[in-house]
Design a binder for this molecule. Sequence first.
Ligand code: CS2
Length: 491
Amino acid sequence: MKKEIMLNTKNLAEISNQLPTPTFDRALLKPGIVHVGVGGFHRAHQAYYTHLLQEKGDAAEWGICGIGLRKGDQKIHDVLQKQDGLYTLIVNHPDGKIDSQVIGSIIDFKLGHETPDVVIDQMAHPDTKIVSLTITEGGYNFNSSTGDFDFDNTDVQHELQHPNDPKTIYGFLTAAIKKRRNLGLPAFTVMSCDNIQHNGDVTREMLLAFANRQDKELAEYIEKEVGFPNSMVDRITPVTTQADIDYLESTYNVKDEWPVTCEPFIQWVIEDNFSNGRPEFEKVGVQFVPDVKPYEKMKLRLLNAGHSVLGILGAIHGHPTINACMEDDLFVTYLRAFMDEEATPVLDKLEGIDLTAYKDSLQERFANPNIKDSVSRICSESSAKLPKFLIATIQDNLAKGGSITYATLVIAAWCYYSDKGIDKNGNPIEIIDATQEQLHAAASKTNTDPLAFIRQESIFGNLINEEKFTSLYSELVQQIYTDSDIKKHMT
Ligand code: CS2
């Protein structure tokens, strides 16, 4: 067997015989973007768009320096360091075609949990113009039901006392913005790329709440000087598996320790609200719009909620992936009924968007047999996702007398899922949620108090006072506890 070629700068020329590799001079790139949270999604989306722009030339000031703030980021840091920031993006088409290419926009990686100064200095460097974020829905530290900043978080309390030892994104951003201001450098833009409605506004509000406690003058400066564009980001990016690594090795003889796989579809709609310049992303298909809110809401309430509907019901049924759910007609019918009868009626009007075509395209994307997006990824961190994706739709429908049946069954199923952690065949379900213990404790009281799960105010807000919801929920949750064959309840 031929010796495999490790993915790194030294071997790029050789690898370019097998795979498309960057044609621009990576040595000329400067880190204009500092990105926090270098997961698969960032690498399939923003880093890919940035790479495309660099391929067109003239974007050398927009290299990306990746940042990890958590211990868990050590692995991606080590891999990308070893590979000089290079990685392979594997695009899986529904017809079996696979496009792979090496992406070159990430040029550096720094970790903040042990050496916060290194990260603050990078953010405060004159080259830095944008700090972008994919820190997940849960990373924004707000109470899902009130929307208020959570000052009880012990890391936040620590960094309020010790501004030079930040722990959360807010401590890092304020320390870096302060440093730039003292150095007389212009403020960077803070660009959230997470699935949160009004993600820029939310980031701004949370950062201001934090900064106001720490340093009022700094808060005023942030209010005046920092841009927080809202954006809608989209590309389905499953968790990388060993099979993906093996695929590159067996097909191209290339050893990439952490490639990314994704679907062909990609979209980024963003407001043009940058404080210190921006890449000309419009040249590579990014849409700049005056107001992104209707797009965000459409995506979160249809795509992300649709994922959760399939994921939670699918997990209890024993479907391992989203595409397996889409091979099951009952799941397809259920998904469409949820989208048409509950999610669509409470969306805002969108000029020029054909919602029927959008929903059709979502069904096609979910059904892509080569994506194999695990239901465990979709259900992960549901406590941070569902308030915005699904519970908001229930609330809107309650306010206008609309249907809540499909979404309520999903909440009842989520209770059962959190309590039992097994599918209908008795196989364990992998549950990943920062509040897993709290979810489990609440759910496990269901037998004596059927409403126990939805009493969690931080997730469900005041839904417990909505009779129409509580009576339906109570009936459905008891039905599932009596017979966990979820398909019986989906008809
Ligand atoms: C998924 C998203 O886990 C989830 O919530 O719905 O990661 C989804 O795949 C992306 O938002 C697609 O753009």
